[in-house]
Ligand binder design. Sequence first.
Ligand code: FAD
Length: 559
Amino acid sequence: MKVVIVGGVAGGASVATRLRRMDEQAEIVLLERGPYISFANCGLPYYIGGIIAERDALLVQTPEALHAVFAVDARIHQNVRSIDRQSKTVTVEDERTGETYTQSYDKLVLSPGAAPLVPPLPGADLPGVFTLRTIPNVDAIKAFVDQQQPERAVIVGGGFIGIELAENLRHRGLDVTVVEMLNQILAPLDYEMAVIVQQHLQSRGVHLGLGDGIKAIEKQGNGLRVVLQSGRALQADLALLAVGVRPENELAREAGLTLGIRGTIATNDYLQTSDPDIYAIGDAAQVLHLVTHKPVNIALAGPASRQGRLVADHITGKPVRYRGSQGTSIVKIFDLAAASTGLNERQLEREGIAYQSATIHTANHAGYYPGAAQMALKLLFASDDGKILGAQIVGKEGVDKRIDVIAVAMRAGLTVFDLEEVELAYAPPFGSARDPVNIAGFVASNMLRGDSKMLYWDDVGALDPEKDFLLDVRDPSEVAAGMIEGALNIPLPQLRDRLRELPEDRRIVVYCQAGQRAYYAYRVLVQEGFDAVNLSGGYKTYSHAVWRQTEFDEYSEVE
Ligand SMILES: Cc1cc2nc3c(=O)[nH]c(=O)nc-3n(C[C@H](O)[C@H](O)[C@H](O)COP(=O)(O)OP(=O)(O)OC[C@H]3O[C@@H](n4cnc5c(N)ncnc54)[C@H](O)[C@@H]3O)c2cc1C
């Protein structure tokens, strides 16, 4: 069995090593176009920021080590130019000599990844304008930052890579602006969750230009002038384009393999392409989504690596099947972490899936143990059976653990009723007897059982004073720091004595800071005969959602 793998990083290297463990006789050839195999793409931003100090730390494997330990014929600087499916060969160009040769295969695995999108705009190729994917890319950016000592950076794109770079360039002392076409950064998050991150970025001196795109980059003196679609312009010494990626599909397309959504390589449940002897994995491949069972392209390292392992198993005859990707991800933003899994509201609406959400704000561990930090956790679940559809968490500590618990629950097909019952490790430094995951389960289950009724932040604007009555049950000190206009404040401890102040012919929309006290109030009200509803996530979520960032004009020049 001769297996040829195109691409030697996350997916490709994983195929090669698993295959060797399963088949000592297989001939395994790993062809990588670049100068390195199996490097730490995910670590690249942190090397620029100096958090990862040693460049060598990024180089996880060498061809020599892969050969010594796994007997894999790993070849760098080898660009696979074409596939001949008839003769089962690939044509390879040695990038150092320019010579080409033919390599035969029994099974071919494509793991060519995705390339940064470079918008076709004037100036995208100017010195000082970069993209980030490879070790040579990171060397170029690091050298520029070290030697040219740029003072101002513009990052185009508020996705994971853009935001990680923003943090790391701030570490290097640069004045950083992130320009993002959408009205929020980090698209996997829902708007009100992304705003928490935006507030944090702004508190760390990162400027955000939301709802604006880039039109051109011009040379100006020794630096750059980044012209935006709004007509604003930003001075920069360095510009980074991080507007997304496109699957490297040329080989597959030219070989006549079926392509899928957004130019990805279509695969079946075993990650075979339309040619059963050719597999496709990782950023370039189309797979099925765990929740929707529809085609999806998820460019993350975990899926790429696991798909590589699965393909090796399938090649060696194991009865395996890829059960889908769910897009579990996490990103660090200075002191914060933002994580998500499954579908967000936008995606659920697009799919026409009936859902509800429960948002809680709670501490990562017992409040009385020093160092407790708040996290916002939003759980999305099916309106009928409570199946978990997605989750998002933003907070300082313990975000990774909770998103992973929920991600596993989703994979197991669990419901919010199961989250009520999951038994998680607890001692005061680590959690609470009622873990945030349990609490999210309680809130969601209460909703589905009819023990609590919710209203969401984006419903507040549509409240009708003739029919709705806003009740704030927080303490006066909290109210002094801001409240929803028109609300009556009755602190929760006084509620039972002051029910007479509430109209019986209107719906009482009750809120507190995070939702818990409002739930207690809600229970009092409905048992006293009122029609009531609780504002999900409380004033915290509401105030995040209506927060307006510092005006873009303050730091940009208008043409
Ligand atoms: C800066 C950065 C940070 C990231 N951070 C994270 C993170 O924190 N978490 C996360 O989950 N994901 C992260 N990712 C994404 C993650 O790295 C990718 O999802 C993952 O590497 C995809 O694996 P892959 O095998 O499909 O592609 P890659 O790992 O990109 O490997 C593809 C390789 O194929 C080679 N190749 C392409 N065409 C050919 C050809 N014709 N011939 C020979 N070789 C070829 C390329 O040179 C490339 O080295 C990050 C990516 C970047 C760029």
